[in-house]
Ligand binder design. Structure first.
Ligand SMILES: [Zn+2]
Length: 324
């Protein structure tokens, strides 16, 4: 009986050792694959020093930003109809943003002006009267014409703007609700009339240009969010953006395990709401996923956007701002 018990014990121990050894080897294989792809990325971006980490989101870092709530805000905007300048949806979204921001404790001001004969309403949210050190911005208008639609008959229809418009606004609003109150002075700015270039009587960036021309601020950093909700999210480093600030944000994303979404390779060169700031010598970054097949089409709808993508961008910015 004693001998039989000893044999059983030995067999049990041998089994456990085998399981542990197998697990250990498997973890090495997975880690090896991750490291290899990391080093490939690193050689392509030698000019920008970026800290890379493992690809797994860190469970021990608290996530306060709620991607599901941000997704609901994308849906809410799309439900208002197109937010093209002058439309009912445009007026509705302005009122809705004000209500959401005020209930989150922000003071809302509207910069009301005019460009190319069109009224412009930039929505500015602040917490106090201090000059902003950081400005987070997104455009809330949607494009008048879906001129990239594959179906030619739809090219005069407005763009629903789930990703191109609503996604950036949704992340800003969820940051308004969740950011700690003791950050450095920050403004959230919702630009009007970004998206009507190449249409008669319009140009791109009317809202952000009007802001830079008329609102006398000198922030240390301006971060623009545009088209950051694509369920298949690929945000490459934008070529015109301030390299130091970009490196900070992409590093933060990698620290949080989002390096598959914030890709550390320079790709597109964009004209976007960061441009007027750069022209004035203000450090600015454009966070944009321009690999979006539904760009300026009638297919830019909520089903192309995911809470996970909104969460990756929101959580990255939440930590970048809170830890500055
Ligand atoms: Zn657009």
């Amino acid at each position: 009986m004693k001998k039989r018990a000893a044999v059983l014990y030995l067999a049990l121990i041998a089994g456990l050792v085998l399981i542990v050894f197998g697990w250990y080897s498997a973890s090495f294989l997975t880690y090896g694959a991750g490291t290899e792809s990391d080093s490939t990325t690193a050689t392509e971006t030698l000019t920008i020093p970026i800290v890379t980490n493992t690809a797994t989101p860190k469970a021990d870092i608290p996530q306060i930003f709620d991607g599901d709530r941000a997704y609901a805000d994308v849906q809410a905007q799309v439900d208002m109809g197109p937010r093209t300048p002058g439309s009912e949806g445009h007026a509705k979204v302005r009122e809705w943003m004000r209500a959401e921001l005020e209930s989150a404790g922000w003071v809302v001001e509207v910069q009301e002006t005019e460009r190319m004969g069109h009224p412009i309403y930039n929505i500015i949210a602040k917490r106090n009267d201090e000059a902003p050190q950081v400005i987070l911005a997104a455009h809330y208008d949607t494009r008048l014409a879906a001129d990239q639609d594959l179906d030619e008959s739809k090219r005069t229809e407005p763009v629903p703007g789930a990703n191109d418009g609503a996604s950036g606004v949704a992340v800003l609003l969820e940051l308004a609700r969740t950011l700690p109150k003791d950050t450095e002075p920050i403004w959230l700015v919702f630009f009007d009339a970004e998206d009507n270039g190449n249409i008669d009587g319009w140009d791109w960036l009317l809202g952000s240009r009007a802001f830079v021309e008329e609102v006398p601020v000198q922030p240390q950093a301006v971060i623009v969010l545009d088209m950051i909700g694509d369920a298949d999210l690929n945000i490459f480093l934008e070529q015109n953006s301030n390299p130091t600030l970009s490196a900070e944000i992409w590093s933060k994303a990698a620290e949080l395990g989002y390096e598959d979404k914030f890709i550390q390779t320079r790709k597109y060169s964009m004209l976007d709401d960061h441009t007027p700031f750069l022209e004035k010598g203000i450090p600015a970054v454009d966070i944009i996923d321009f690999d979006y097949p539904y760009w300026h089409t009638t297919e830019d709808t909520s089903d192309k956007v995911s809470a996970e993508s909104l969460s990756a961008v929101g959580n990255t910015l939440w930590h970048w701002i809170s830890e500055r």
